[in-house]
Design a protein around this ligand. Sequence first.
Ligand code: HEC
Length: 316
Amino acid sequence: MEKMLKTRYAWTAGTVVITLVAVASALRSGEGPVDRDRIPAAARKEIKSVELEIDRIEAESLNKARSTTLDRFQQITLLGKLIFYDRQLSVKRNESCSFCHMPETGFTGPISTLNRTTAAYPGSVRTRFSGRKPQSHTYASFSPVLHYNSEQGDFVGGQFWDMRATGLRLDSALAEQAQSPPLDPTEIGFIDPACMVYRISQRPYRSMAETLWGAQAFAVHWPADAKQVCDRPGPAPDADPFPLHVLNVDRGIAQTTFDQIAEAIAAFEGSPEVNPFSAKYDYVMAGKAEFTPEEKAGYELFRSKTTHVLNSWTRE
Ligand code: HEC
């Protein structure tokens, strides 16, 4: 009996190991049958139409860049928008920032099938899902660099649900946030920050970026295998954290340009186009509209009782 049990355990253990190996290799390839099932057909259809809309906005912005006279601030904002809507700036050339932050849904995720089910969104490697629901970045530019507010006895500022983009390095939480998705294996998925710079160096708005950032911005000696390396999804292996082997001064140039890319994205996210202050609430605050009696009651309840209500909820 004991022997039989042992054999049975051995069999079970063997099957589990084989299954795990199969699942792991399917996940690693990013294309396995396990993953293909995760995106429902209805979501696939919506994804297609979101991609078309992203390309339309990108083309419209490119036209604007070519045909309009803009001052420096407007140029930086437009450059940020071009980057934000450019699907070529992802490991599989299919997913821009806007894929998870579209204007028609207030700059959060636009795909209703996913909003009703997974809440999280697939990355450029479409079989990998990002960890959380995309936040709207409308009004996010008003969040300061993370700091301790002693009056409130709490931390204030930063970006992300958990404030992990602090803004301490670039003096802008929003710019620092923009450096995370490009390297997140479940989002844009690059293996090296320099890949973002390499890809932009091949885009039609490169000269606009050079005018704003200087001729050095893309003057990097790209290694012969740059294309192959940047087509490979991250994360980078621990033993080789920067697999696009640009060396010394070139690494510095690429990092500086990566910072400027982030700052341009932040300029777009902070622009009036993204922060319209056009809600009825904004008009009431500006004295241009009035609340209905019901809205007024809700507003007063919110102002007077919310802290109390929230406290009792969190205690339960
Ligand atoms: C695959 C979906 C996806 C993509 C692509 C993506 N994001 Fe997000 N975004 C998210 C998720 C999910 C969060 C919340 C994550 C968290 O808090 O951990 C988020 C949070 C943010 C926030 C924080 C807002 C706040 O109030 O704290 C900003 C800003 C933002 N994203 C901008 C960007 C930019 C810029 C890019 C491109 C460089 C980008 N996102 C690409 C899913 C995505």
